[in-house]
Design a protein around this ligand. Structure first.
Ligand SMILES: [Zn+2]
Length: 407
């Protein structure tokens, strides 16, 4: 199947200038060529005229939990097997696809592996999934309560084993959690070193939840590939990250929502639902202080030259899964610029995944993942919300074709 999409404006994700009146030639699920004006459309191929619209590469959300149900009103329903959690996850990854997010990185979940397979098989529409399977934390560490999505391991050898177990289960990468909302780091340096060494030795990347100091510095020194959140980085950390090429996934929207909920809960505890209250109350001042420093921290990270990719980490029942556009709009508001922000959600994210050979930009040979939108996101980033069509691996996925599945 060979299709040429004619479009008013094409942003290819490389960071180079948008191409006007270009055409995207897609064949066999991949980009065959970007055709520039005057080059002529090949004969014998289907042509789709997208009119006055813009094409951008499919967006990549670097931090989701596909089935997080701990904030749902009735968690007991989710504890009777994984059925409801899997269906919640199916809803979530369909909603992210509808936003133009063609790929998500699932950083610990109970159902990510099976959901990845269901999408590969074409059973359900959804964003492509790269999953860490279960996250790894110390006994009683951050996330330990989520026993279907996080395993506890202590000591270098146990952590190596936990890494191997995720690899055996079919994980695409490893997730390690090493900080909570206090000044105490969780894993010891030798434990982090062992986890990262084992993952890298087996050819897997490591994402590390490290929001506080000195946990973040220890994680950087251990050689993790991505620092998740990194809300309290110091100048020293920033310099180290820039020097070593460690990626930062700021997930600002998650911390901003935490700050908003903490303020509300302090003023009027009854106004916040019990789950959120329990999450934020104990560390209310920490959440508020962290929210207050998001902008300055982001600006400093950008100025230090750290590679930044977009992730959302939204896990609340009453909030949107994958608020990718909101996170990107925050980045633009904080001075990152529209083009840089689009690259952070496409090319840079693909690099952080280690999948830049097939994802992230619209260049010959890469998977044909793209979003057709109304408007120009380089003038107004909110235009990314005006999703017209989403194509994943050459196939129109939004609007969802009917019938979706047929032999
Ligand atoms: Zn998370």
């Amino acid at each position: 199947m060979s299709v040429v999409y004619l479009v008013h404006r094409l942003i290819d994700g490389t960071g180079s200038k948008a191409k006007d009146r270009a055409a995207l030639w897609v064949e066999g699920g991949r980009v065959k060529e970007v055709i520039l004006p005057g080059e002529g459309v090949p004969e014998g191929v289907a042509v789709v005229d997208l009119g006055d619209r813009t094409i951008v590469p499919g967006l990549i959300d670097m931090h989701v939990h596909v089935d997080y149900w701990y904030g749902q009103p009735n968690i007991m329903e989710y504890m009777e097997g994984e059925g409801l959690a899997a269906l919640l996850a199916a809803r979530n990854v369909r909603s992210s696809l509808e936003k133009g997010v063609t790929t998500v990185r699932d950083l610990s979940s109970g159902t990510g592996l099976k959901l990845r397979r269901a999408i590969e098989l074409g059973y359900i529409p959804g964003s492509r999934i790269f999953t860490s399977a279960k996250g790894i934390c110390m006994t009683g560490g951050h996330g330990y309560e989520c026993s279907d999505s996080v395993v506890q391991a202590d000591g270098a050898e146990a952590i190596r084993k936990a890494v191997r177990e995720q690899v055996r289960a079919g994980a695409d990468l490893i997730k390690i959690l090493t900080s909570h909302r206090s000044e105490t780091p969780e894993y010891r340096q030798e434990e982090l070193d062992a986890g990262v060494d084992e993952a890298h030795r087996l050819g897997f990347r490591v994402a590390c939840h490290a929001a506080i100091m000195p946990a973040a510095k220890m994680a950087i020194m251990a050689g993790v590939d991505t620092i998740e959140h990194g809300t309290h980085l110091t100048n020293e950390c920033r310099e180290l990250m820039a020097e070593r090429g460690t990626f930062l996934i700021p997930t600002m929207i998650a911390y901003h929502s935490g700050g908003v909920a903490a303020r509300k809960a302090k003023a009027n505890p009854g106004a916040v639902d019990p789950f959120k209250r329990s999450l934020v109350m104990r560390y209310a001042d920490w959440w508020i202080a962290t929210d207050d420093m998001l902008e300055s921290q982001f600006r400093k990270a950008a100025a230090a030259g750290i590679k930044i990719a977009v992730g959302t980490d939204m896990v609340m029942a009453d909030m949107d899964f994958c608020p990718m556009h909101t996170e990107m709009e925050m980045m633009v508001r904080f001075g990152y610029g529209e083009m840089n922000t689009i690259c952070a959600a496409t090319r840079v994210a693909a690099e952080a995944l280690g999948k830049d050979d097939i994802l992230g930009t619209l260049e010959p040979g890469k998977l044909a993942d793209f979003v057709v939108i109304d408007g120009d996101p380089l003038q107004d980033i909110t235009a990314l919300r005006n999703v017209h069509t989403v194509v994943k691996e050459g196939r129109v996925e939004v609007p969802v074709p009917v019938p979706y599945f047929s032999w």
